[in-house]
Design a protein around this ligand. Structure first.
Ligand code: F6P
Length: 374
């Protein structure tokens, strides 16, 4: 029988984390008689053995609360920044797990967390994970909790931007989160009625975007809403990035790889702030005034939507059941209205991007939204 279960939240926070913690713990304690301890601030808390016992008192009232009651961090077990150095602390974390006589460790997080949890699994720990991220880009799951809430927030923001863009006859370029995947921008762009949607999966040509805005002008619409993923790139920048990444992959030897990585990092840094550049370019090309709104962390804050609470609770309670059955080394994926365990090997190192023939892409095109390419 599984008695002692640890739980941690890692990576960027997202709405629904507390609902998931509650789902695991309520089912774990109430149905399966487990004892649950939380580790604070992700893998860092596991390393430092900073814990909190999760009892019904701690779980009470957290369903609707944003963020994570456990705290989080982006620390990786094998690359912990400690006193100005980067150290592999995986074994220390393994020791903490054994010190508490844990039968299982539940890790809630996005793609990076799945990878870090997998590393601990390779050290012999009983690991089980849940997929969370507002980016919706974790592989092998229908959905991640956090996405629906962020989608609602970004859509509401685009709704509000319409009236001011219309009143001032302006272009408003709104930056939506999503470093690698365009789910949030595409979803909110369609739901909010954006005129242009730029996502990482579809590199854009700024002249195509400008022409779409001019076409609207010719039809009498002197304003436009341009929804841009933070990770969107022009076709030239995307090609340069692909070339630099290929050089990193091909580099032989530590020195060559370090040099190639430094070049890639420099290029990536030079592309930060591209949303401002899009706005400036569009002003020049269309003659319309343009303003930028960056939604940023607003999209990750606040109370989770009903859909995210439902998903997180479903996955959390399914997780407790799988632990009771002794199923480990898996991510509890969302499948239809339920949950399904997927081996972590099939999840790590992969990312769920928007397929270029996805129904949302087709939908956007067919209602006349410009996606930045011809
Ligand atoms: O992973 C979720 C996410 O919100 C991304 O959309 C965004 O690129 C990133 O996290 C921001 O990270 P941080 O909160 O560390 O700045």
């Amino acid at each position: 029988m599984t008695n002692y279960v640890g739980i941690l939240t890692a990576g960027g926070d997202s709405p629904g984390l507390n609902a998931a913690i509650r789902g695991v713990a309520k089912a774990g304690i109430g149905t399966y008689g487990m004892q649950i301890i939380g580790f604070r601030d992700g893998f860092r808390g596991l390393m430092q053995d900073r814990t909190v016992r999760l009892t019904s008192e701690e779980l009470s009232g957290i369903l609707t609360v944003g963020g994570t009651i456990l705290g989080t961090s982006r620390d990786k077990p094998h690359k912990m920044p400690i006193g100005g150095q980067t150290m592999d602390m995986t074994d220390v974390m393994v020791d903490t797990y054994h010190k508490h006589n844990l039968d299982a460790l539940v890790c809630l997080g996005g793609g990076g967390t799945q990878k870090n949890a997998y590393r601990l699994m390779q050290k012999g720990l009983n690991i089980i994970t849940l997929p969370k991220t507002i980016d919706n880009d974790v592989a092998m799951t229908d959905a991640t909790f956090g996405f629906d809430t962020a989608l609602g927030i970004a859509t509401a923001a685009i709704d509000r931007l319409h009236s001011t863009a219309h009143s001032h006859h302006r272009i408003i370029v709104v930056e939506v989160m999503g470093h690698n995947a365009g789910w949030l921008t595409l979803g909110a762009g369609i739901a909010g009625g954006a005129d242009v949607i730029l996502i990482p999966e579809l590199p854009y040509d700024i002249n195509v975007v400008a022409e779409a805005i001019r076409r609207r002008q010719r039809r009498g619409s002197n304003f436009s809403i341009v929804a841009v993923s933070e990770g969107a790139h022009s076709a030239e920048d995307a090609a340069a990035l692909a070339k630099a990444s290929a050089k990193v992959a091909k580099a032989k030897g530590g020195k060559a790889r370090k040099k190639a990585r430094a070049k890639l990092a420099k290029l990536e840094a030079s592309l930060k702030g591209h949303t401002m550049r899009v706005s400036q370019q569009l002003e020049k090309l269309t003659g319309l005034e343009s303003r930028v709104t960056i939604l940023g962390h607003l999209q990750r804050g606040g109370t989770p939507s009903a859909a995210d609470r439902l998903l997180a609770t479903t996955l959390g309670s399914a997780c407790a059941k799988l632990i009771d059955q002794g199923v480990f080394g898996v991510m509890v994926a969302a499948r239809g209205d339920g949950a399904e365990p997927v081996p972590l090997e099939q999840v790590v190192g992969r990312r769920k991007l928007v397929p270029t023939d996805h129904p949302w892409v087709e939908t956007a095109r067919s209602i006349g939204v410009c996606l930045g390419n011809r």
